[in-house]
Write a protein that binds this ligand. Sequence first.
Ligand code: PGA
Length: 240
Amino acid sequence: MRVIVCENYDEVSKEAAKIVASEVILKPNAVLGLATGSTPVGMYKLLAEMNKNGEIDFKDVKSFNLDEYYPMSADNDQSYRYFMNENLFNHINIDINNTHVLNGLAKDPEKECADFDKMIDEAGGIDLQVLGIGQNGHIAFNEPDSFLYANTHITDLTESTINANARFFEKIEDVPTQALTMGIASILKAKRIIILATGSSKKEVINDLINGEISTNNPASMLKVHKDVILICDKEAYDK
Ligand code: PGA
């Protein structure tokens, strides 16, 4: 795993945006795997600026998002579809039909998940996957457990994740307790992965990711088996 340590959040956003932009410049019909959360917001802002300035073109780009709450309607302002529209898709020239976010109201969630993996395969696989990391080591909603799921699936959220995400909701009872999420194999099939982490709340988990062994107790540690992963973090999250 290559590690890029940046001075602060803005620099992390810049480094990450440069990598995503390079991917899109080199492969105009790139398939991007995208993440929600507060960490990639700065990167999305920069990508929107670059698109506006004519530096990058998203016309032929396809995207697949890591996860969505369940149940959750796409037009709810806490949905990840809403987040992606607000933070990126509404500001760039991507064809909205080429953007894929799991349907949080799917009647048959298992089928929704299986279809999602199939769609990724049919698109030729993900060229570049953007990831955040939870304080508990989750990537997407693959939570620490005694085993992890390979494929896209429905899952229960852990207490730690519900607490961490409560800041976006009026009250903690409003945080959904389940989600649809790409599995570990769905993520590891990406050709290249960048993982972003900022702030001291990520220090412990990043230390474990860099120095620890592979364990299902830290799902992000699975990334150690992938040959093209770049961790981009700020000094606060990086603890030698
Ligand atoms: P954050 O979330 O970017 O809001 O810290 C990351 C995650 O939970 O994957």
